[in-house]
Ligand binder design. Structure first.
Ligand SMILES: Nc1ncnc2c1ncn2[C@@H]1O[C@H](COP(=O)(O)OP(=O)(O)O)[C@@H](O)[C@H]1O
Ligand SMILES: [Mg+2]
Length: 279
C-alpha cells in the first residue's frame, strides 16, 4: 500500500518534470551572404551549448557540408543526410549521427542538396517539408541549430518555416548591413505567410578585428540599427577559429582557451540567460 503510494507519487513527480521540460528550440542560423560565420557559429555555439549540458542537434542544411566537416564527420561516413530527410521522407532519427562531443548530434548534408531547390518546386507543401520531417523527431533535443546555405532560397525558406527563431551572424566589415534589410523583410514575409511565431533571436557580430578602427564604427552602426537584438558578446577574428575545421574539430575542442572559443562560450551563456535558463 505504502509502496503503491510512493510509486504513484514518484510517477506523478516524473510526469510533472516531463511536463515542465521545454520543447526543443529550433534556431536557423542564417544570412544570405557567404563567409560571414554562419557555419562557424552553428558548430561552435552548438558545442558550447552541449558543454553547458544541453542536448543539441545540428542540421547541416548547406550542400557544401562545412558543418559536417567541422564536426568531424567526413564525406565517406555520411550515409543518410538532410537531403534524404527533405526529399525522400526518411525519418529524421535515421539521419541523426553522434559527434565526438557528448550531447551533440548532427544530421549531415550532401551535395545532392544543391539540386533539392529545383526538385522541391514540384512538390506539394514545399516550404514545410523540413518542418514536417522534424516534427515529432526532435523531442530528445533542447536545441536544434540549422546551418543554412548562403542564399534566401527554398532551403532557407524550409529552415525558416521549421524554426522558432533566426540567429543572424554578421561579419564586422564595411558592407555589414548591406543585404540585411532583405533578410529582415524575408523573415517578416515568412512570419506573415507561413510561420507566425518566427522571431529574430539575435544578431551576433563576427570576425571583429580590434586593430581595425572601422570595426568599432561598424559595430556601433549595427547596434544603432538592431538595438538590443545584438548580443553583447562579439566574436573576434582569431586564427585558431579558422584552423579548427581542418582538424575536423570545433574550436572549443581544438583550443578551448583561445579568444574565439571563449567568445562562443560567452555567446552560449548570453543566449541561455536571455531565455531565462541558467548556463
Ligand atoms: N572568428 C573567426 N576568426 C577567424 N576566422 C573565422 C572566424 N569565423 C569564421 N572564420 C573563417 O571564415 C570563413 C567563413 O566562415 P564560415 O563560418 O564558413 O561562413 P559561412 O558559413 O557564413 O559561409 C571560414 O574559413 C572560417 O574558418
Ligand atoms: Mg556555411
Amino acid at each position: 500500500m505504502v509502496d503503491d503510494l510512493v510509486e504513484r507519487s514518484e510517477d506523478q513527480a516524473a510526469q510533472a518534470v516531463a511536463g515542465r521540460k521545454r520543447r526543443p528550440r529550433v534556431i536557423a542560423v542564417a544570412n544570405q551572404k557567404g563567409g560571414v560565420g554562419k557555419t562557424t557559429t552553428a558548430v561552435n555555439l552548438a558545442t558550447a551549448l552541449a558543454a553547458a549540458r544541453k542536448s543539441v542537434l545540428v542540421i547541416d542544411f548547406d550542400p557544401q557540408g562545412n558543418a559536417s566537416t567541422g564536426l568531424g564527420v567526413g564525406r565517406s561516413v555520411r550515409k543518410t543526410t538532410s537531403y534524404n530527410v527533405l526529399m525522400d521522407g526518411i525519418p529524421l532519427d535515421r539521419a541523426v549521427m553522434p559527434t565526438a562531443i557528448p550531447g551533440l548530434s548532427i544530421v549531415t548534408s550532401s551535395v545532392h542538396l544543391a539540386g533539392a531547390e529545383l526538385e522541391l518546386v514540384e512538390r506539394e507543401k514545399r516550404e514545410f517539408r523540413l518542418k514536417n520531417a522534424i516534427h515529432g523527431c526532435i523531442a530528445d533535443f533542447e536545441y536544434v541549430l540549422i546551418d543554412c546555405p548562403p542564399s534566401l532560397n527554398l532551403l532557407t525558406l524550409n529552415a525558416f518555416c521549421a524554426a522558432d527563431a533566426v540567429l543572424v551572424p554578421l561579419q564586422v566589415e564595411f558592407y555589414a548591413l548591406e543585404g540585411l534589410s532583405h533578410l529582415v523583410s524575408t523573415i517578416e514575409r515568412v512570419r506573415r505567410a507561413f510561420n507566425p511565431t518566427l522571431e529574430i533571436l539575435g544578431v551576433v557580430l563576427t570576425m571583429f578585428d580590434k586593430r581595425n578602427n572601422l570595426s568599432e564604427m561598424v559595430a556601433a552602426d549595427v547596434r544603432a540599427h538592431f538595438g538590443a537584438k545584438v548580443y553583447q558578446t562579439i566574436i573576434p577574428r582569431n586564427v585558431r577559429v579558422s584552423e579548427a575545421p581542418s582538424h575536423g574539430k570545433p574550436v572549443l575542442l581544438y583550443d578551448w582557451r583561445c579568444p574565439g572559443s571563449q567568445a562562443y562560450i560567452h555567446l552560449a551563456s548570453e543566449i541561455l540567460k536571455r531565455e531565462g535558463i541558467a548556463a
